[in-house]
Design a protein around this ligand. Sequence first.
Ligand code: HEC
Length: 316
Amino acid sequence: MKLRTPAYIFIPLTMLAILLTFAMVTPVENIVEPGFKGMIDNSIAHIVAALKQGVVWAVMAISLVMLLIINAINKLVESQKFQQLTEDEKAEYLAKKKKGYIKNLLSSANQRQTKEEEEAIIIDHGFDGIKELDNALPQWWLSLFWLGIVFCVVYLLAYGFTDFAHSDVEYAQEEKILNIKDSIWAVENDITIEGAVNKFNDPAVVEQGKLIFNTQCTLCHMEGGKGGIGPNLTDDYWISQVNDSLFYNIYAVIYDGSPTNPQMRAFGQRGELSGLNIEKVASYVYYINQVEKTLTPADGAAAPQGELVEAWKAKN
Ligand code: HEC
């Protein structure tokens, strides 16, 4: 008769496995740092997050009760089987039990079945003299098998029917964190006019500037900057001349607003656009003014306003 796995081994191990299963599917807010320490930190964060869930404690409590019941049944089965043993077998079993579970487990690695034991479990088929023994599956293997099934059920339910471990939800959470990090970065690395660089010949920046222009500026300057409430930005006439360089003049008007007309508000000072975004949109305005065709009233654009500035005239 085989020795029963003692309660002090299989109950804590099963409880630990249940806790780890929940820990694996519990999302956490922290961002995993690479390396061994990151892995440990992340695992601890998962376990702590799992322990904060009421449902985890409930499942663990129910499991503990069930394990205690299983243990009681096993004890009963053991004593009944014990009654049926011969005196010799009883003595052998008691000796094994006295040796302790762990010692038995370690020595079992070198134990082989006797010839008689093998005869008893041989399966009645074979090929080329190869025979098969009907060995019982090891308990640890079976435990893993059942735990695998439990994990699947927990994971499937959590993933399919709740927000608990759903990758879309995790993605949204992570995106939120990254956006916060992003805005912190943008604030810490924001620029003013001194740090701004004219990037009109970087198509990616011009494209981003156009996007900002289309959401923030077309209301008054119309699409492509052809002018409406705000002046035509494609021609060579300028109302505000606050800087010697065209690009920095555009940047300054967007950052500080027009010195004479409050309709052109101070997007930078009011915090509506960051310095970095003003750099992009100013590059775009410079681009439509210098590279793209000048739009005239004949194209449906606004008539020139302000003075003709020779030095800023488009080169083409
Ligand atoms: C509420 C309407 C309005 C919005 C929105 C607006 N502007 Fe203006 N903008 C004006 C007006 C009006 C002027 C002319 C100001 C003046 O008379 O000094 C102007 C002037 C300018 C000038 C200087 C033109 C010149 O001839 O001196 C630039 C450059 C400019 N705007 C860019 C932008 C950009 C870029 C945006 C978007 C971030 C924007 N504006 C949003 C109304 C607006």
